[in-house]
Design a protein around this ligand. Structure first.
Ligand SMILES: [Zn+2]
Length: 87
């Protein structure tokens, strides 16, 4: 089930857009204490993010470029917060 992503005019970069889509889909979350993005390693959430990217890319960006930006952000985000104590 896809939700409609609100347009966020404040986001100017494709990278920032990709992060917001991944957050919206639940594929990543922000550490409440330190603000680092963490990969939740949820394949369904990732799939949702890619669906959103392909179906609703930002203005002037191709579906392919939008999906590539999602991949890039996922590659750059670890699954733990670097500042949280290891459990
Ligand atoms: Zn943290």
């Amino acid at each position: 089930m896809l939700r409609t992503i609100e347009r966020r005019p404040a986001i100017r970069t494709l990278h920032g857009w990709a992060i917001s889509v991944l957050e919206e889909a639940g594929a990543i979350r922000e550490c409440e204490e330190h603000g680092w993005m963490q990969d939740r390693a949820d394949p369904h959430a990732r799939e949702r993010a890619f669906d959103i990217a392909r179906q609703d890319p930002p203005a002037g960006v191709s579906a392919q470029a939008a999906a590539a930006a999602i991949t890039e952000v996922l590659d750059s985000i670890g699954d733990t917060c670097p500042e949280c104590p290891a459990k």
